[in-house]
Design a protein around this ligand. Sequence first.
Ligand code: GAR
Length: 202
Amino acid sequence: MVNIAVLVSGGGTNLQALIDAEQAGKIPHGKITLVLASNPKAYALERAAKAGIPTAVVSRKVYPDQDAYDQAIVNELKKNDTDLVILAGFLSILGSTVIRAYPDRIINIHPSLIPSFCGKGFYGLKVHEAALEKGVKVTGATVHLVNEIPDGGKILLQKAVEIEDGDTPEVLQRRVMEQAEWILLPKAAEMMAEKISAEEEK
Ligand code: GAR
């Protein structure tokens, strides 16, 4: 069984989609064994507690520099025997220490069709504000591998979502979550868990 750590910063609806999928038997090769938050007030921590999943909080501001912060995250992940890391609305920056500790073992969900509306400064509602401002008619979500380029790793899954007349950033965000993110992320989790299980059997 592949141990999955989910990293969160906020509401945790994507975490909830993963928990629901696991409970419904849709992630047979993996188990969420840790929820790590960058923010002690993240509602995602309550979702984890309700599902009986161990939690940890690692706040950037407690550490003197990026490297010390990264090392603290790696320590939590190692303590948990993490095999796969899923960034599910994790809005803190991960440095090279974490990325190098888990090469091709970190995935992220981004709320646009990469390479549109991604990279530095594009997170959460800002992504949908930018899409509406540009006037695109289609947006969506992307799950990709995490490397040292923000939103620059290999694309694993994408799904398009229509923009409708009168959309606000909040309305669009919700549609992208419902029609794309909550479907893609559990699917990507199982794809990766199955691949890692197969590699470990070799
Ligand atoms: C999601 O829309 C996720 O795609 C986005 O933050 C939201 C978190 O919501 N992530 C990014 O923008 C990363 N660049 P959630 O906490 O309810 O899952």
